[in-house]
Design a protein around this ligand. Structure first.
Ligand SMILES: Nc1ncnc2c1ncn2[C@@H]1O[C@H](COP(=O)(O)OP(=O)(O)OP(=O)(O)O)[C@@H](O)[C@H]1O
Ligand SMILES: [Mg+2]
Length: 238
């Protein structure tokens, strides 16, 4: 069995007196696509951000490729191979597509920038058409693609995605998941947070279900798609 690329061991996170994560344990193996599903406020974004130490875990341990990163800086985590497309597709609004992609190289430098930008344009042809357009004038779907492409520009070993489908039309959601599937077949390790449980579970090798800061269930994507509790809570009971 391969060693996990990411491992959380009994991680707690507090915001003041509020405990947002309660003894969260999970692992992601190299090359896997794993999703984390759960309702609003369950703690999904908190979990992703805690990998970068913002917020910091108040107990437990976070390991990346065997190294304890629980107390490392977000810069350390980013330059060692973790990239995130954060919730709300935060792009630099006044910058062009190309300039946004260049910002993604900050953790590793620009040595591979041209080559990697071409790769992003193959993965997201729409971004190529819009390479000189300012990000703020692009559609929500295009901005989401840009946020993912920018994260990939740091050549991550682990890609974290926080609700890439949020607020997008079904056809755009489908395109984004199609691209994630392509990315997964290139061997990229993906950790995906989603409220769109149906798409997420169908894409994923495995998934975790989070309820009020705790991992409630885990299993293969297929198992969870068939699980009655999951169907009732996240798939509209169908
Ligand atoms: N900066 C903060 N300060 C205080 N409380 C916070 C902060 N960020 C999040 N919380 C609280 O922590 C809990 C988990 O929030 P989090 O954003 O991780 O949930 P989520 O699962 O990502 O929700 P959503 O699906 O709505 O994005 C919530 O109760 C939230 O109000
Ligand atoms: Mg969130």
């Amino acid at each position: 069995m391969s060693e996990p690329i990411l491992e959380l061991k009994e991680v707690d996170v507090h915001y003041g007196v509020i405990q947002a994560l309660k003894k969260v344990s999970l692992h992601i193996d190299e090359g896997e696509t794993v999703s984390l599903i759960g309702s609003n406020g369950a703690g999904k974004s908190t979990l992703l951000m805690s990998i970068f130490g913002q917020p910091r875990a108040s107990a437990g341990q976070i390991l990346f490729r065997g190294t304890d990163i629980t107390h490392k800086s977000s810069h350390y985590v980013a330059s060692n191979g973790v990239a995130q497309a954060p919730e709300g597709r935060r792009v630099f609004p006044d910058m062009s597509v190309e300039e946004n992609l260049l910002m993604g190289t900050i953790p590793i430098g620009t040595a591979h920038a041209d080559e990697d930008m071409q790769r992003m344009f193959e993965l997201f042809p729409r971004l190529k058409e819009r390479r000189n357009q300012r990000a703020m004038t692009m559609s929500g779907g295009e901005q989401q693609m840009l946020a993912i492409a920018r994260a990939l520009m740091s050549r991550p070993k682990l890609l974290l995605l926080d609700e890439p489908s949020l607020g997008l039309a079904p056809i755009v959601v489908k395109q984004i998941f199609q691209t994630l599937r392509e990315l997964a077949t290139t061997g990229m390790t993906i950790f995906l947070v989603e409220q769109n449980a149906n798409h997420a579970l169908r894409l994923s090798d495995r998934a975790y279900v989070m309820v009020t800061g705790e991992i409630r269930l885990s299993g293969s994507g297929e198992e969870l798609l068939g699980n009655q509790e999951v169907r009732n809570a996240y798939l509209g009971g169908h």
